[in-house]
Structure formats: C-alpha cells, structure tokens
Design a protein around this ligand. Structure first.
Ligand SMILES: CC(C)(COP(=O)(O)OP(=O)(O)OC[C@H]1O[C@@H](n2cnc3c(N)ncnc32)[C@H](O)[C@@H]1OP(=O)(O)O)[C@@H](O)C(=O)NCCC(=O)NCCS
Length: 238
C-alpha cells in the first residue's frame, strides 16, 4: 500500500503554499467553472489560494481513488441557494474533505471517518488581542478563561480555528454564531465542550495542526472513533 493511502482512523492534512504549484499544473486539473470562481477574487494571491485549494483537493483525493486529479468530481452545492459555492463533497466516494486557505498556507483535509472541517488563519499580530471580537465570538466562560491568559491574542486565535473547523465540519460555516459553541481553553487539549446541535459532543473529534509560523490551524471530524492526524506536503503529489 502506498505510504499516502488513508489508514484506519486517519485524517490527512495536505499542506501547500499559494506559490507552490505552477499555473499550468493548476489549469490542467481545475475545471473551467472553478477557475472562473477563483477569478472572482480581485487580488492575485486570493485567486492563487483558491486555485491551489481546488487543485490540492483533487490531487489528494486522487491518491485514494486511483483516478487522475482532473477526473475527481467535486459537488459544491450550497444548501441555502443551490449554487456551486458551498462545502465541497465527493458524491458516493465515502471520502469527506474540507479546504481552507489563509496567508501563506492552503490546507485540505481528507478522511473516511466522517464529515470534516479544517481551518487555517494567518495570525501576524498574534500578540494583539481584539477584545470586542472575542466578546462576539466566545461564551462568557471562554472569555473569563482568556482574560486570565498571559497570551490572550494567540490563545484567541487557537479558539477561533477550533470553532471554525467545527462549523465547517457541520457545514454551517459562519451562519451559526461562534458564541453558541464552547471549546476547551487554549492551553488544554482541544475538545468540544458544548453546542446547540443534536450531535453529542463525544461524537466529535478536534485536533490542532501545524501550519508553521504566523498561522494557526485546527481540524474537526464528526466521529466517535479515535482520530489520528497525519500532515503531508503537496510536493508528494507532483
Ligand atoms: C465556510 C466559511 C466559514 C469559510 O470562511 P473563510 O475563513 O473565509 O475561508 P476558509 O479558507 O477557511 O474556507 C474556504 C473554503 O471553505 C469551503 N466552504 C464553503 N462553504 C462551506 C461550508 N458551508 N461548510 C464547509 N466548508 C465550506 C470552500 O471549499 C471554501 O474554499 P473555496 O471557495 O476556495 O473552495 C464561510 O465562507 C462561510 O461561513 N460560508 C457560509 C455562508 C453561506 O453559505 N451563506 C449562504 C450563501 S447563499
């Protein structure tokens, strides 16, 4: 079995930089409709991140299915309006995926365990603590814990990526207020403490992942099984 095949209980996180993949490789794999979608961004680096995410998703899944990356069909039907801008899904494959891009990192999560969400955030001013944003996104219990922290800015970003990963796993995205979800304090192993959904908290796994300096990232998987996370570089896919 190839080293990058998904193992039992595993979620893979594939990492790329926005400049890591040449344009001709991207356009050979990403369908025209998705190239047009990426073209909606005004900044070149935003277009590049979106294109690399769409490429990395297909390249990482192709390793599992044995297809060519350009043959992977991705359904992005929005559950609100039906347009192709919702969470990515791979119909009838048994594989769940999630994409995130920020700063110098693009992440794709791939697993068979259950629905998955990954979030990466660029945190150049990790030491800066935006208390107003924290008040809008944290519960009073989380806020009280953060107020006692020596590094509230960095710790806030760690809570943010945990919550956004969870909301991407459920597919809600930022339509559900983050303040309705409680996660463990930043200095403790990441767990879901409470949320208003019917899914029991012990059917959810959370892990921090390693995007490198000046970024924070987390992954959430809707499963009661133990979770193993393996991080891999996009260079393995070319
Ligand atoms: C999903 C969401 C949280 C991502 O926010 P972000 O921090 O800016 O972006 P990230 O880089 O972490 O993730 C972006 C990726 O999430 C994926 N995504 C989009 N909607 C998603 C959803 N509802 N659930 C999970 N993932 C989603 C896409 O793959 C997207 O990347 P792409 O557009 O380049 O393919 C945010 O876009 C959101 O809340 N969307 C829902 C809003 C919505 O659906 N409104 C109704 C519109 S009719």
């Amino acid at each position: 079995m190839a080293a990058d095949q998904l193992l039992d209980g595993e979620c893979q996180i594939w990492w790329a930089r926005p400049d890591q993949v040449p344009d001709d490789v991207l356009t050979a794999v990403v369908p025209e409709a998705e190239q047009r979608r990426a073209g909606r961004y005004r900044q070149r680096v935003d277009r590049q991140r979106s294109m690399v995410g769409a490429w990395l998703l297909r390249a990482a899944v192709a390793v599992q299915t044995g297809e060519r990356p350009g043959e992977i069909l991705v359904d992005r039907t929005c559950t609100d309006c039906g347009q192709q801008h919702g969470r990515p899904r791979l119909p009838a494959s048994g594989i769940e995926v999630s994409v995130s891009h920020a700063g110098e990192r693009v992440a794709v999560a791939v697993t068979r365990l259950g629905e998955v969400g990954v979030d990466v955030e660029f945190t150049p001013l990790a030491a800066h603590f935006d208390r107003e944003l924290a008040e809008n996104t944290l519960s009073s219990w989380e806020l009280a814990h953060l107020d006692g922290s020596a590094h509230p800015g960095a710790d806030f970003h760690r809570l943010w990526v945990r919550k956004e990963a969870l909301l991407k796993a459920t597919g809600h995205g930022l339509r559900m207020p983050m303040s309705r979800i409680e996660v463990s304090p930043a200095d403790q192993p990441p767990t879901l403490v409470s949320w208003p959904l019917d899914i029991p908290v012990d059917h959810v796994r959370l892990a921090m992942v390693n995007p490198g300096p000046r970024h924070q990232a987390a992954v959430a998987v809707l499963t009661s099984e133990p979770l193993t996370v393996r991080e891999l570089d996009a260079d393995l896919l070319r």
